[in-house]
Ligand binder design. Structure first.
Ligand code: PMV
Length: 309
């Protein structure tokens, strides 16, 4: 018997970094997935895209989740965990959070433990904290719940309903980066300019609330304005990069309503919105200039798991 779980990727629509410091962030689950299979074994093994993982640093987050679940539910933590991912690593699209969520969900399913979003998030955060140091939890929340969510530390996530499906444009700069390092960089800025940072955090929070309202109302032009505003604030705290700024400018020159870096920045991806008739041409324009770009339909579902023989 094996258990399988699939969790979505994600884009932070607005509010990244500031969410670590108490702001609202708006996040959307994206259709690209991580699939995790867990099966009984005599020892712990992790296989990633068909290759046995031996690097301790990569094994540790999953090991931590298995240990935490074993302790909480008095379980045996020996099992084989096989991961197949459609999400590029270090691209700001939630590859680690999606994996942690899918591992937690598959382990619970294999051991017959009934877990809700709160328990899945709790154990997935054990792995995420090992990887990123001090994550806000927004990635884990959106990869568990799915859909579109307003997230704030210490509050219950708020689901945002959309009127029909919408498309986000996502483009990868091709540069990978470490979220842990980017979070530290922002904390450094906060220490240097505490009162200024507080004002920017409040502004970013307000941007997320307004962006959620615009998206829910189907006003992509208004949402685009929020994206561009948010990108300017993120650039101001030093988490953009010349490639990301170039990608944002390119998306705008191709007809997008608005665009911004998504996730930790410093590399990784951008997210943009465009008028319905222009989305495909923005994506092909970005591809023509050598960037990996795609249209992601939202809302996408959250984590799900099942048993197979
Ligand atoms: O690791 P990424 O690129 O998905 O970004 C995470 C979002 C941050 O706000 C930068 C960190 C966090 O924990 O919220």
């Amino acid at each position: 018997m094996k258990a399988i779980a699939e969790a979505p990727s994600k884009a932070i629509v607005t509010g990244e970094h500031f969410v670590v410091h108490g702001a609202w962030a708006l996040a959307a689950a994206l259709p690209r997935k991580v699939k995790v299979e867990v099966a009984e074994s005599t020892h712990q093994r992790v296989i990633s895209n068909g290759v046995l993982v031996s690097d301790r640093q990569r094994l540790r987050p999953i090991g931590r989740i298995l240990e935490a679940m074993a302790k909480e539910y008095s379980l045996d933590s020996d099992m084989t965990v096989s991961i197949t991912s459609e999400i590029p690593e270090g691209a700001g699209l939630g590859s680690s959070a999606s994996t942690m969520v899918a591992v937690t969900s598959a382990v619970a399913r294999l051991r017959g433990i009934s877990v809700g979003v709160a328990e899945i998030s709790k154990f997935a955060m054990v792995g995420e904290t090992e990887i990123h140091g001090r994550p806000s939890g927004v990635d884990v929340a959106i990869c568990s719940i799915g859909g579109v969510v307003l997230f704030k530390r210490g509050s219950s996530p708020r689901r945002i309903t959309l009127n029909g499906t919408k498309s986000l444009i996502v483009a990868f700069s091709g540069c990978k980066r470490s979220t842990r390092r980017q979070i530290r960089r922002v904390s450094g800025t906060k220490e240097l300019f505490p009162s200024l940072f507080e004002g920017l955090t409040e502004a970013a929070s307000e941007v997320s609330l307004m962006a959620a309202e615009r998206l829910s109302a189907g006003d992509l032009e208004g949402l685009g304005r929020m994206l561009s505003l948010n990108h300017a604030v993120l650039s101001a705290i030093g988490v953009s990069s010349p490639q990301l700024d170039r990608l944002v400018d390119l998306a705008l020159s191709l007809g997008a309503y608005g665009a911004k870096l998504t996730g930790a920045g410093g590399g990784g991806s951008i997210v943009a919105v465009a008028p319905g008739g222009k989305e495909k041409s923005v994506v092909s324009g970005l591809r023509d200039r050598g960037f990996e770009a795609f249209l992601a339909k939202i809302p996408a579902g959250g984590v799900r798991s099942w048993l197979e023989k």
